[in-house]
Design a binder for this molecule. Structure first.
Ligand SMILES: [Zn+2]
Length: 124
């Protein structure tokens, strides 16, 4: 049995920071807690200056991209915390093998072993 306490502490801290960061640019989707919606982008205002809209569209795109990155990280962390609860933490989601402590130290939210790192992004 792995010592998950230190990982849990790190994950919880990171989750707190991520949540705070996400809240500055987005809101939690009430229908689906895995989803965050970027806030502040009001692109449908008919009285808006077209140049303003172009600016804001760009800003909106950047914000969407940032939210997407943070959202993935957020979901990986909540998933890792769930695994700690269930006792399945540190197991590669592809091969079912144990993830090396070095990899977990570098990234406590890792979902795969080092051999399957490349495939982690294609996991749903
Ligand atoms: Zn693996």
């Amino acid at each position: 049995m792995k010592d998950t306490v230190q990982y849990k502490t790190r994950l919880e801290e990171e989750l707190k920071e991520l949540t705070a960061e996400l809240k500055t640019i987005g809101v939690h989707d009430p229908e689906n807690t895995e989803n965050w919606i970027e806030s502040g982008a009001d692109l449908n205002d008919p009285s808006a200056d077209p140049l303003d809209v172009a600016d804001r569209t760009e800003e909106y795109g950047e914000r969407r991209a940032t939210v997407a990155v943070l959202e993935t990280r957020y979901n990986n962390i909540t998933r890792a915390l769930e695994k700690i609860e269930k006792g399945t933490y540190g197991i590669c989601e592809i091969s079912g093998e144990e993830i090396s402590p070095e990899r977990l130290d570098a990234n406590p939210a890792a979902r795969t072993c080092t051999a399957h790192m490349e495939e982690e992004n294609s996991l749903s």
